[in-house]
Design a protein around this ligand. Structure first.
Ligand code: ARG
Length: 263
């Protein structure tokens, strides 16, 4: 998606503890969750999430996340790759900070965008990048087509990214992570109506909001049980009550991803 404002991180927001997040799941505080880092979460490192990749422009300015699933293959969102070419993008691994110069920069030799992709609210928001050189980092495994039970409502999902820490706010210079519960199809359908395409999407977030992915997190992982199960795709605002984050339902695209990863 174009027009990500890369803004330096401002005041350190109040860190949400895992305990606070767990409490929120049981008894949601009425109105105001304090602004919490992704939105709601904690800082982490590339070492903790070695498969977490920055998708950047040629100047190494990050605009999306991606997940390393083999030394030369990265899963990301289709909407991140619209308008991009193999010469316009880079993949950066092993770099915790947006302003870092460490890690490994790879060029991209091929961009596969799901052929059905039209817009995030119509589904098919998945892309696979082939790198010109191997990343020396651990890879993530991803769900199989039959693993649909991972999305059972209330399952703990982990999100990771450098996105903004509030709706309309600044990107995080340091990598962040948070956990959010998956949301039932019925509930997400109530939130988003026909924009929620059950076959292609899964929602995650607290009923009260407060913890979510946000702009710049797109393309990054939704991990369930340590495996890649979703891709950060869209939402109405970020972390708002009644508007959970929407992720690509990877089981639906697992076979197509595997075809790209093996091919
Ligand atoms: N579309 C955004 C991106 O490109 C991700 C938005 C996720 N929004 C949300 N409320 N979870 O970075």
């Amino acid at each position: 998606m174009s027009g990500f404002t890369r803004v330096k991180k401002t005041a350190a927001a109040v860190a949400a503890t895992a305990a606070a997040a767990a409490t929120a799941l049981i008894a949601a505080p009425a109105a105001t969750a304090a602004p919490q880092p992704i939105v709601g979460g904690t800082t982490t490192t590339a070492s903790a999430y070695p498969f977490m990749m920055q998708i950047t422009d040629a100047s190494q300015d990050q605009f999306c996340g991606g997940t390393l699933v083999s030394p030369t293959k990265v899963v990301t969102a289709a909407h991140c790759m619209v308008g991009e070419t193999t010469s316009s993008v880079r993949v950066v691994g092993g770099r915790t900070y947006l302003n870092g110069t460490d890690g490994t920069v790879a060029r991209v030799s091929r961009i596969w965008i799901h052929p059905g992709y039209r817009s995030v609210t119509r589904g098919d928001d998945v892309a696979v990048l082939t790198l010109s050189s191997s990343m020396p980092y651990g890879t993530a495994s991803y769900v199989s087509p039959s693993d649909t039970s991972v999305y059972a409502a209330g399952a703990t999902a982990r999100v990771v990214g450098w996105g903004t820490t509030s709706s309309g706010g600044s990107s995080s210079n340091q990598l962040r992570t948070a956990t959010v519960p998956t949301v039932s199809d019925t509930s997400c359908g109530s939130s988003y109506g026909t924009r929620y395409v059950r076959s292609d999407m899964v929602c995650a977030g607290y009923a009260s909001g407060g913890v979510d992915t946000c702009q710049g997190d797109s393309g990054g992982p939704l991990l369930i049980g340590g495996r890649l199960a979703g891709i950060t795709s869209w939402g109405d605002g970020c972390a708002a009550a009644g508007s959970p984050g929407v992720y690509t339902r990877l089981t639906t695209f697992s076979a197509e991803v595997t075809a790209q990863v093996s091919g």
